[in-house]
Design a protein around this ligand. Structure first.
Ligand SMILES: *Cc1c(COP(=O)(O)O)cnc(C)c1O
Length: 496
């Protein structure tokens, strides 16, 4: 059955899946959503027999209905290959009484690789399908991990150019080094003097600037987005929740149909939304546990129904979650408003104008699948240390937010019996300094790579290739701009 995609903000134009991927954002500034979420069309038992790529095909084909079997399988083959350092692609590791779904085995050792290793292929396939001959310019704001994963995915992909904006003081040293050493003639990396929300708002503004659109079109170019607002990011993320369930079933940790809880360290709300879509496809998920760091807008929202970004932006040890405007929440808002685009547009306008909005009490009913809580930096450090001391397993600072919130959830609800899958979103090697400080206290005197080697010994894990590769790499990008100069910078880069 053909799926159509609509904007969350009322543009009644139905577009094909491939067109939604090409555009990224709808012309009215809304996000594309499918007119309905399909139901899993193979049984859990069948899924339990499949390897990752087969699960990927079976899930993605239901959302990307205008891709042929060949096209989609080709994209999947190109994405989930030896760039990943394990055949499982997304291994599930039992630690204590929980399961960690390790989503960091791709090229840049964060979960963003799960979607960004396939997005370039989905996009170039979509361009071909739609006979689009313009050059695709990917414009992306990053809180650290998307940037590198998108750069790695799009580097030297013919017909594309990629520009990444990151907050100068808002990413980890390793994250920054990963980005500024990126090779590829079509890659551009720009630091902005501002935070992630500034970067994200700046990119959104450039996208919806009519003048820019015209200049781009005249120059034979078109913007698209590699941010998680692109449906081409969201769909591949649904796969690993289905795969995690299938793995539990295969390993006889659960019975078919038994419910699991899913815990997700959350920033832009993309990863947990994918889990919500998986639940809506019929995957037996009981609660979606939304874990926030000190920037706990979502925790407040789940508690009160009021979203309010008017607060201080706090820099934490989990920088990829330092976000006050969780873009993908808009897709949930649309759904709990009963697919009412005008209601959704009204709330999003309120967010833009006053920084806040409140949902109705009926809409609040729609949040019952979620549980929200948060953990501060100190609690996270304690969690990293405790899990290491108890189990010898080292988690990163983002995963620690989830692990800590899971403890709170278990205490609050008394639900320890339901198997819990924690999304492990980054390798501890990506946030080495914070992780080592959690394990052994002050590391001020040690260099970043010294700490990498030390972590390798402590965790008894080989230094990942992604880290070895940047150890001695040359800095190739050093542009810094003010947050209100992003558009000029883009024009400079593209020669407009
Ligand atoms: C991006 C990211 C997150 C947050 O994911 P969202 O989809 O933005 O909610 C969490 N952890 C890590 C390591 C990330 O890179």
């Amino acid at each position: 059955m053909e799926l159509k995609y609509f904007s969350t903000r009322g543009d009644k134009e139905a577009v094909t899946p491939s067109m939604a991927i090409l555009r990224g954002l709808a012309p009215d500034g809304g996000l594309y959503v499918p007119d309905k979420i399909p139901t899993l069309d193979c049984s859990l038992e069948e899924l339990a027999k499949m390897e990752y790529k087969e699960v990927a095909y079976n899930v993605m084909k239901q959302f990307l209905t205008d891709f042929t079997e060949d096209e989609l399988k080709n994209c999947i083959e190109k994405a989930y290959d030896s760039k990943f350092d394990t055949e499982a692609i997304a291994p599930l590791v039992e630690v204590g009484n929980t399961y960690y779904l390790e989503l960091f085995h791709g090229a840049t050792i964060a979960f963003k690789d799960m979607a960004l290793s396939i997005l370039p292929h989905l996009m170039t396939t979509s361009a071909k399908k739609n006979k689009m001959d313009k050059k695709i310019v990917i414009l992306t704001a990053t809180s650290g991990d998307t940037g590198k994963a998108a750069l790695a995915g799009f580097a030297d992909v013919p017909g594309t150019e990629i520009i990444v904006f990151y907050p100068k003081d808002g990413v980890s040293p390793i994250q920054e080094k990963q980005m500024v050493t990126q090779t590829g003639d079509n890659t551009h990396v720009v630091a902005i003097r501002g935070n992630f929300d500034d970067a994200q708002s700046g990119v959104k503004a450039i996208f919806s600037d009519e003048g820019m659109k015209k200049r781009m079109s005249d120059a034979g170019m078109q913007f698209s987005s590699a941010n998680s607002i692109n449906i081409g990011r969201l769909v591949p993320q649904i796969v690993y929740y289905v795969y995690a369930y299938a793995t539990l079933l295969k390993e006889e940790k659960i019975k078919s149909g038994e419910e699991i809880n899913v815990v997700v360290p959350t920033g832009n709300f993309g990863n947990i939304l994918a889990a919500f879509y998986a639940k809506n496809m019929g995957l037996p998920i009981k609660k979606l546990v939304c874990a926030s760091n000190d920037n706990k807008v979502l925790f407040d929202f789940f508690g009160t129904g009021d979203y309010d970004r008017n607060r201080d932006f706090i820099l934490t040890t989990s920088p990829s979650m330092d976000i006050l405007i969780s873009s993908n929440l808009e897709r949930l808002i649309y759904k709990i408003a009963g697919n009412d685009a005008s209601k959704c547009a009204e709330l999003m306008n309120s967010l833009k104008d006053s920084g806040k909005y409140s949902i109705t009490s009926e809409m609040k009913e729609g949040l019952k699948d979620f549980y929200g809580n948060w953990a501060n930096t100190k609690e996270c450090a304690g969690t990293i240390k405790k899990i290491y001391d108890d189990c010898g397993y080292v988690i990163d600072t983002h995963t620690a937010v989830a692990a800590c919130v899971y403890e709170k959830f278990a205490k609050d609800t008394g639900d320890l019996a339901t198997p819990a899958v924690i999304a492990s979103t980054a390798s501890p090697f990506k946030f080495t300094r914070s992780v080592m400080e959690a394990l052994k206290g002050d590391c001020d005197k040690a260099g970043d790579f010294e700490l990498v080697d030390e972590l390798s010994k402590v965790a008894n894990v080989k230094v990942p290739k992604a880290i070895e590769d940047i150890r001695n790499a040359k800095v190739l990008h050093d542009t810094v701009c003010d947050k209100d100069k992003m558009c000029d910078t883009v024009c400079n880069i593209l020669g407009l």
